[in-house]
Structure formats: C-alpha cells, structure tokens
Design a protein around this ligand. Structure first.
Ligand SMILES: [Zn+2]
Ligand SMILES: [Zn+2]
Ligand SMILES: [Zn+2]
Length: 429
C-alpha cells in the first residue's frame, strides 16, 4: 500500500475522512496552539458539511415517508370509519326494524284470539290437508256440543248394576222413571228438570237431561248422589259424577317428570299458562319398568278438565320441564274384551269360558303371558301385532265406522262452541 504522503493510495477522499484527519492532526504533539485551533475549526466545518446534507436528505426522505404514511393511515382510518358507520347504521336500522316487528308480533299475538291464528294457519297450504278432513257443518257440530252439555255420567248405582252387563229396554225405562221421580223430589217440583235419556256404558250410568242448565245443576253440590240415594236408598258406595275425559297423548317428556305428583301437574299448568287444576291427571303410557336402558323421554297420557284446555295444549307450543313436547288427542283405540281379546263386548258380558291372551293369543290370562314378544292378534289373526294394537286392520275399520257416528274423532281438536274446532271457514268474532 503506497502512501500519498498523508493518505493511502486507494483511499476514497470523503469529507468525513478529511475531518477525521484534521482532528487527529490537531491532537498530535508539537503542533502549535494556533494550528490546533485551525485544524479543529477546519474539522468542525468539514463534519458539519458532511452531516448536514445527510441529515437534510434523511429528514426529507423521512418526512416524505412519514407524510405518506400519515396520509395512508388517514385514508385507511376514514375508510374504516365510513364502512363501520355504514354497518352500524345498517345494524341499528335492522335492530329497530326487528324491535318493531317483534313488538308488533307480540302485540298481534296478544290481540289475536287463538281461533283467529288458527284460521289464518288453516289458510296456509300446510293446513290444506287438515281443513279438508274437517268438513262438518256448524249446525251438526253445535248440536254435538250442546248435546254433550246435557249429559251427566256417574258410577252405576250398585242397586241396578247387573253382573253380565245386559240391560233390556224395559230395565232402562224403569231406571229412568225411578230417577225422574227422585229428581222431582229433589227440586220440590219447583222447576221442570227431566231426564230424557239414560244408558249404561262401560264407565257408568249416563243421563241426558232436558237442558244444559239442568245438567249443570245436577252435577253441582252433590245433587247427583242425593238423587240416586232418594231413588234406590243405596247404602254402599257414594255416587260420584265422572267428569268428561279430554285425554291427550303428550310425547317426548323427560323421564324425570313425575306424572303422579300433584306438584308436577301444577308446574305444567304454570309453564303453559293454564288455569289451576285444569289438568286432572296424568300417567305414563308405557310401564316405566319396561323402558330401555338410558331412555331419556317417554309418552304421557294427560286428562284435561275442559276441551278448551285440551285444545290449547294441542295448538301449542306446549312445554313440560323446559322441553318442547308434542301434544295430540289420545287415539281412541277400539277396546277389546279383557277375557277373550275380541271386540264388541267387555269382560262383564263375555260369554266364553277360557281366557285368550291379548299378547300371544294362547289360552291363558294376559297377565300370565310367558312370552309377550310372540305376538298374535285375535281379532285379525296377524302375528305382527298383539290384540287391540292400533295397527290392527280390524281395529282400524271399527274406528272408521265409529268416526261416521262420532265426527269429533276426525278432528285434531275437541269440539267446543268455538267454530274453528270443526270448521275452518269462520271468521273470528
Ligand atoms: Zn270376551
Ligand atoms: Zn300369552
Ligand atoms: Zn289385528
């Protein structure tokens, strides 16, 4: 490396380097005070000359960069603000719409009587099928409802109960006369309350009174028992009016529900806004001991006090124990004789000597069946189901024939004076 006196050959001469050399020279021994000052001053001038343009250009670039960064950020920010504002506007608009429509819906629900909602539902396609199956003229339906209000059912007085359950027309007329005499005594002859019809059915003695008002009167204040006592001087069991059953099948109830607890029934009433004591009783449809392991839900039969309550539950939404449940009218399975497993009569009137098992159709009592899985149906002969099963064609055809005489079985609801329970083409009052 050749030295050019005070500089190496290949050294690039820069202001910074010159300033350095000046400063180093100023430190050297033997340099006069004046020369030192000059050299220091010169190195200062050189350093400043070297740094200022650098700083300046750096400043310029940095400022420009910063400016563009700030501008970009500003733009981004304003864009974000704009789109957020738009979103917020949209959200608040939607929210206000929702609030309005929700409150409108609630108001509409509160204002609309159930039957109006139902007739609206009927207008929709989903219900076309239902409406087609609900053809019954108002007059007939009202007649059915009115006739029902004239009925009084109570346990058959032991004085008239026959072992075989066969009553002649004369028997029936005699009971009617006797009871009418007792009824007259009960009213002191003041009002004309009459029994116009009487029959004995499986569950008891059924009276038809001259009016709904008479029937109501007889059902109140234990008057029915009083009348029977006057008629037959009966000693044994007390006569009790049997309320009309409005049976519902409720599906998918959690198994921790206890249908036999008064408390549970009360909570169902509360949960569904039903009046207190509107549910008379409830029971599991299938024996809980026959559940499979880990079963979480089962079906319950519920008996309602009034058709209105029953319809309310069918219409839904009905909840039990915080679960949505499906409610329908209990399928009226055509009953079979407990002894011979055939239709048309009950145990009391059965004429055969031997039992026929309802499960396997063998000659033993259903209670003693050794294998309930070997099904055989006595009425139709099928081995795919046991006697009295709802799949039985025999039962079905009987049910259809029954429906001809009892149009209510064709309706999803119990008939009431509300026309929507049997006729869709009626407007709400
Ligand atoms: Zn029988
Ligand atoms: Zn059997
Ligand atoms: Zn069958």
């Amino acid at each position: 490396m050749k030295k050019r006196g005070w500089l190496e050959d290949d050294t690039t001469i820069t202001t910074v380097l010159m300033a350095d050399i000046c400063r180093q020279a100023a430190e050297k021994a033997g340099v006069s005070q004046e020369a030192k000052h000059m050299l220091k001053a010169f190195s200062f001038v050189l350093e400043t000359a070297a740094v200022d343009p650098l700083l300046e250009s750096f400043n310029k670039t940095a400022t420009a960069k910063l400016d563009s960064l700030v501008d970009a950020t500003k733009l981004k920010l304003s864009q974000t603000i704009e789109s957020t504002t738009k979103h917020l506007d949209a959200v608040s608009l939607k929210y206000s719409e929702l609030t309005i429509s929700a409150s409108e819906a609630v108001a509409a629900l509160k204002a609309a009587p159930v039957h109006r909602l139902y007739s609206q539902a009927l207008a929709s396609n989903a219900c076309t099928k239902l409406s087609q199956s609900l053809i019954l003229d108002n007059v007939k339906a009202i007649n059915i409802v009115n006739a029902r209000e004239r009925l009084v059912l109570f346990n058959t007085p032991s004085a008239v109960a026959k072992e075989r359950g066969i009553y002649t027309r004369d028997d029936i007329n005699a009971y009617k006369d006797t009871l009418n005499v007792a009824l007259e005594k009960l009213t002191d002859g003041a009002s004309k309350k009459r029994i116009v019809g009487l029959c004995i059915i499986r569950t008891g003695m059924l009276l038809e009174l001259d009016s709904a008002e008479s029937a109501r009167w007889l059902k109140e204040n234990n008057r029915c028992a009083e009348m029977v006592k006057k008629a037959y001087i009966s000693r044994e069991e007390e006569t009790k009016v049997i309320p009309r059953a409005h049976e519902l099948m409720v599906r998918f109830i959690p198994v921790d529900f206890d249908p036999h607890e008064e408390e549970s029934l009360h909570s169902v009433e509360l949960e569904n806004g039903l009046p207190p004591h509107s549910i008379i009783s409830a029971s599991w449809i299938k024996d809980p001991s026959r559940r499979y392991e880990g079963q979480g839900y089962a079906n319950v039969k519920i008996n309602c006090a009034s058709p209105k309550v029953a319809n309310h539950m069918i219409l839904g939404p009905t909840r039990i124990g915080n679960h949505s449940v499906k409610v329908q009218k209990e399928h009226r399975i055509v009953p079979i004789c407990a002894k011979c497993s055939r239709h048309d009569h009950f145990l009391a009137a059965c004429k055969v000597e031997r039992f026929t098992c309802r499960f396997c159709a063998q000659e033993h009592s259903s209670r003693d069946c050794p294998d309930k899985t070997q099904t055989k149906c006595t009425p139709c002969g099928s081995s795919r189901h046991s006697s009295g099963d709802e799949r039985c064609i025999e039962s079905k055809s009987r049910q259809d024939r029954q429906a001809e005489h009892a149009p209510e079985t064709r309706s999803k609801f119990f008939f009431t004076k509300d026309r929507w329970t049997y006729n869709e083409s009626v407007n709400a009052p």
